[in-house]
Design a protein around this ligand. Structure first.
Ligand SMILES: [Zn+2]
Length: 124
């Protein structure tokens, strides 16, 4: 989850936290992001969804689109267990890919993102 946390007197930072334990994610290599998708077999039993299936493809299977950020290992396992477990598909991707994907999907380039970050640093 994206949060603003106090990091010192009068200071705050935008950080990603684990959706299971709530702690900040300090090591992106030890974390992942995931979301829920419906099993396609379940959709085949639902007539309304089945008719929509002909109009759209992959995005139909995404549950509500919420992305969860989690520590790998027990946080991921416990989060899945508490949120539907095998009733859903849980695509998972290493968290290290998320910043680059966001920059790309915001229509920015990496140099633009770096330039904006430097501007922010200069503002203090
Ligand atoms: Zn955690």
């Amino acid at each position: 989850m994206l949060k603003v946390l106090k990091i010192g007197p009068g200071q705050s930072a935008v950080v990603l936290t684990c959706d299971q334990c709530g702690k900040p994610i300090a090591d992106p290599a030890a974390a992942c992001y995931t979301w829920r998708e419906h099993h396609t077999a379940d959709l085949d039993d639902d007539a309304e969804l089945h008719s929509l299936k002909a109009l759209v493809s992959h995005p139909l299977y995404v549950d509500d689109g919420q992305v969860f950020t989690l520590h790998k290992g027990s946080c991921f396992t416990h989060f899945q267990a508490a949120h539907g477990e095998s009733a859903y598909r849980w695509p998972v991707s290493p968290l290290v890919y998320l910043p680059g994907l966001l920059i790309h999907n915001l229509g920015m380039t990496f140099p633009e993102a770096e330039a904006h970050l430097r501007t922010l640093d200069e503002r203090g």
